[in-house]
Structures are given as structure tokens and as C-alpha cells.
Design a protein around this ligand. Structure first.
Ligand code: DAH
Length: 491
């Protein structure tokens, strides 16, 4: 006993002679895809045969369209010669390229003669003046959408882009003797249940039902529902981890003044990180904040805070007004600290965000990248807490071990560089952390309160997780990759 899907039955019953897919779709009320799918199943069961009819579809190419309007080059030449013209006049009129083509065809078809630069029509040429050439007839027929055979169109082939030939494959489905026998034996559509319904379960009728067996290895089209970008999924997860650890999110613009991106972070104005190689500067300038903070930052740079001598140069507010694409999310920490009030301490804040640096492009460097930033302000925290927070964060991301190497940043002391141990056994460098210096904290907060701060990169982790070798893949939005990339499973 052959088992048939409802669609297969409908097709068998509708087939009265060889039928095209579209015809069958009409006759069965199925959509053409379902007809194609079910027909293949019927074929695999030997109940129908599918033959393919290939048909050449002809259309005009670029030159074909042009010549249809202006006439074939040899036609244009023929008319001009008929009216009396020299070769050089004709060449000027048609342009060098078209003139050459026209002459070649005129000679080949023996429509004109050229003697000492003088052009005259042959008897044949004079005849053609008042009658269409086969090429012209073919061009017009194709343009009018009249079906002409490929053979007739042959006169146009090999002549540049006059016509284009595409192939149309039509499938014709016909019933086999085996299929006929099955139909004669009697099949009716809509017998046998395809789907178990709640009603059948309730009234027990499923016991008497005949069910069509499922073919679990059938190939079905893939469905790609909408989903978040895979990098976004990873960042959402990080957001969740910080929230779980009692942190609040910091948000801020991508364009900032150098004041917040550098000066407030005690980065001297002639520091190399501000150079054009690293920072994207904008043409416009921004405004500096009010309320004495600028003077305090200036004093920190020029003279230092208590127990420090600063950088000892003359600080320039104009330079601080230069707008930049943020080079690190640490700019958010600076702005957040400046806004904090005493009664809000201790505070735990984080952000995950896009940063920009003018790096030379390669597999591991891009002009945009993501950082995970965090600060803990006050609450008697010390350097050990910093390492503890970071270890805990990375263990929640699946990295059992983190190690810290001494490092330097203008805004921290102590400063460390964070590495995590990848499960495959190698250390992965992620970026910096430290305790903000008094020269950062005092101008922003008014007093020297311990601030833990970190800002490692996050793209390495995303790349590793999704086995991406080239960082550019994170940002290129290739639809096929976005559809098929696995989901972030640590959520
Ligand atoms: N902003 C640094 C960078 O972009 C990373 C960093 C280092 C952030 C130390 C911090 C920190 O908050 O304390 O490489």
C-alpha cells in the first residue's frame, strides 16, 4: 500500500494527460511550490513522470535596443550612401566604431562598393533600400514579443549584444501506468487523517483513524525567522551578567569632546593616543561643561592634585573642545563619575559599547570595536576587589581563569592588562583595568575616593565563541551568516 499525502492525491486525481506545473496548480488549488514538491514525491514512488521542456527565451540586448531605434549600422550607412556620401563623411557621421561595423556588413552582404573612397550601392543594395533585412525582421519580432525560433534569431547571434538568450525550463508531469492503476483502484482526496486534532483525542475517534506515516527524513525548505545579530546576542548576555552582579548601565553618545574622552581622564594634550593615527577627530568643536569642573581638570593637568605635580604644561581649553568619535567606553565612566552625588555612593556602573580608532585594517583590527566598561565607586573598595570583580565576570562568561599583568594607562594607578585562559589552553589578551588616579577622581568627584575601573575589549570573546577568524565578519552583516550562525547559548 502506497502512502500518499493529501497533495499527492489531489495531483493524481487532477492529472488528465501531461500537465505543466502551473496548470496543475490551477487544477488542484495548490500553490506551485506544493505542486513541485508533491510531484517529486509522486515521481519517487513511480506514480508520475516528470519531463523537462527547455525553451530558449529571447530578448533584446543593449545594442539590440539601440539599433531597433536608430537602425542597424549597415542600414544607417545604406541610407547615407543612397543619398550620396563619401567614406570619410560617413565615418564622421557614424563614428569610427559603428562605421567599421557598417562597412564590414555592407561588404559582406555585397550591398555597397568602395572605390577610391567613393561609396556606391550595388544592385542588391538598392533593392534593400526599400525592403527589410532578415536581421531587422528578427529584431522587430523579438521586440514585439512574437515567438521566433532560435534558428531565425540566428542571424543576430555573434553580433555583439543584439540579443540575449535565457533558458526557461518548464516541467511537464504525466501519470505513469502504475499511477493510473492506483487511481482506477479508487483514491479519494481527504481520507485518512494527516493531523491529530484535540477533538480526535477527546472523542477517541483517533483509534479508528488511519494516519499517514511521517517521513522524518524528507527534505524541507529551511525557514529563517527573524533573530538578533549574533554579536548583539553576546552583548545582551554581558549586559545581563552585569545587571545580575548589581551594576547599573551607563549610556552616552558616540561623539564626545576630547575633554571627556581624554582630558577628564588625565591624558595630557600632547599624548600620542590623541594623534590622528588613533583618533577620529571631527571638524566641529563641542562645548565644555560648566560648574568649575574644567578649572579643576586644568589644575590637575598643570599642577596636579594633592601629593602630585601633574603634567606641568599649559592646558589648552580649545584642544579640549575638539570633537572625537569615542576611542574607549572609559569616556562614559568619566562622565558618570562627574554626575555622581555623594549620597549615591557606593555606585557600580557598566556599559557595553562601540568605540572607534583609526587602525590599519586586518583580521584582528578594525576601525570599530566593542568594549565592556565598568566602575565601582566608593564603598572602601581596593585593588583586590578589582581583581575579584573581573574574575567573577569572566567566570560567568565561561573563562575559569583570569590573570593580570602590570600595565600603564594615564588614568590608572595601579594598572593591569587582563588575560583569560581559553578552554583550548591559551591565554587571550583582552585589555586594561586599574584604579583611577586621584588626578582623575578629585576633579570629577571633589574628593579622593577609590574607583575600580576596567575596559577590556569584547570582540575577541565574540569571535572565539562563534569561531570567527576575521573581525570584519562581526560587522559585515552577511545575511547568510546571520541566518545560520548558532545562537549564543550562555544566555
Ligand atoms: N580605556 C582603555 C583602553 O581603551 C582600557 C581601560 C584601562 C579602561 C584601564 C579602564 C581602565 O577603565 O581602568 O584600552
Amino acid at each position: 500500500m502506497v502512502s500518499l499525502h493529501e497533495h499527492e492525491k489531489r495531483i493524481l486525481l487532477a492529472l488528465n494527460g501531461p500537465m505543466g506545473q502551473r496548470e496543475l496548480a490551477k487544477a488542484t488549488g495548490l500553490n506551485p511550490d506544493s505542486v513541485a514538491h508533491a510531484s517529486l514525491w509522486l515521481m519517487s514512488k513511480g506514480l508520475v513522470r516528470i519531463s523537462e521542456k527547455r525553451k530558449a527565451l529571447l530578448s533584446l540586448g543593449k545594442e539590440g535596443k539601440e539599433y531597433l531605434k536608430e537602425g542597424l549600422p549597415e542600414r544607417q550607412a545604406l541610407m547615407a550612401i543612397g543619398g550620396g556620401t563619401t567614406a570619410s563623411e560617413l565615418e564622421k557621421k557614424l563614428g569610427k566604431g559603428k562605421f567599421r561595423i557598417a562597412m564590414a556588413w555592407l561588404m559582406r552582404k555585397r550591398l555597397a562598393r568602395s572605390e577610391n573612397g567613393k561609396l556606391t550601392l550595388t544592385a542588391e543594395g538598392r533593392k534593400v533600400l526599400t525592403k527589410k533585412m532578415p536581421e531587422e525582421e528578427a529584431l522587430e519580432a523579438i521586440a514585439a514579443g512574437k515567438g521566433i525560433a532560435e534558428k531565425e534569431a540566428g542571424v543576430l547571434k555573434g553580433r555583439g549584444d543584439l540579443i540575449r538568450v535565457t533558458e526557461d525550463v518548464a516541467r511537464v508531469i504525466s501519470i505513469t501506468p502504475k499511477g493510473k492503476k492506483l487511481v482506477a483502484g479508487g483514491i479519494t482526496a481527504a481520507t485518512g487523517a494527516n493531523q491529530l486534532t484535540p477533538e480526535m483525542l477527546q472523542d477517541g475517534s483517533w483509534r479508528e483513524m488511519e494516519f499517514r506515516p511521517y517521513n522524518v527524513s524528507a527534505v524541507v525548505p529551511s525557514v529563517y525567522p527573524g533573530r538578533r545579530h549574533f554579536a548583539k546576542q553576546a552583548m545582551e548576555y554581558v549586559r545581563k551578567v552585569w545587571l545580575e552582579m548589581g551594576f547599573q548601565e551607563m549610556e552616552g553618545p558616540i561623539i564626545n569632546t576630547s575633554f571627556w574622552n581624554f582630558d577628564a581622564l588625565f591624558t595630557p594634550q600632547e599624548h600620542p593616543v590623541r594623534d590622528m593615527q588613533d583618533t577620529f577627530f571631527l571638524k566641529q568643536k563641542g562645548e565644555l561643561p560648566e560648574g568649575g569642573i574644567v578649572d579643576r581638570v586644568r589644575a590637575a593637568h598643570e599642577l596636579g592634585t594633592e601629593g602630585s605635580i601633574g603634567w606641568g604644561y599649559s592646558w589648552d581649553p580649545e584642544k579640549a573642545r575638539e570633537l572625537v568619535l569615542r576611542t574607549h567606553t572609559t569616556v562614559l565612566s568619566a562622565m558618570a563619575i562627574a554626575k555622581l552625588k555623594k549620597e549615591e555612593l557606593p555606585a557600580k556602573l557598566f556599559s557595553v559599547g562601540r568605540c572607534f580608532r583609526n587602525e590599519a585594517l586586518d583580521w584582528s583590527h578594525l576601525f570599530e570595536f566593542n568594549q565592556v566598561e565598568g566602575i565601582v565607586v566608593g564603598g572602601g573598595v581596593n585593588f583586590k576587589h578589582l581583581l575579584g570583580y573581573l574574575k567573577q565576570f569572566f567566570s560567568k562568561l565561561g573563562f575559569e581563569k583570569a590573570r593580570f599583568r602590570p600595565a600603564y594607562f594615564p588614568y590608572t594607578e595601579m594598572s593591569v592588562e587582563i588575560d583569560v585562559l581559553h578552554p583550548r589552553g591559551e591565554w587571550v589578551e583582552l585589555g586594561g583595568a586599574g584604579m583611577f588616579r586621584p588626578e582623575v577622581v578629585v576633579p570629577l568627584l571633589g574628593e579622593d575616593i577609590p574607583v575600580l575601573a576596567w575596559g577590556p575589549g569584547f570582540d575577541r570573546i565574540i569571535m572565539d565563541y562563534y569561531s570567527i577568524r576575521d573581525i570584519r565578519e562581526l560587522y559585515k552583516n552577511d545575511v547568510q551568516q546571520l541566518r545560520t550562525m548558532r545562537q549564543w547559548m550562555r544566555g
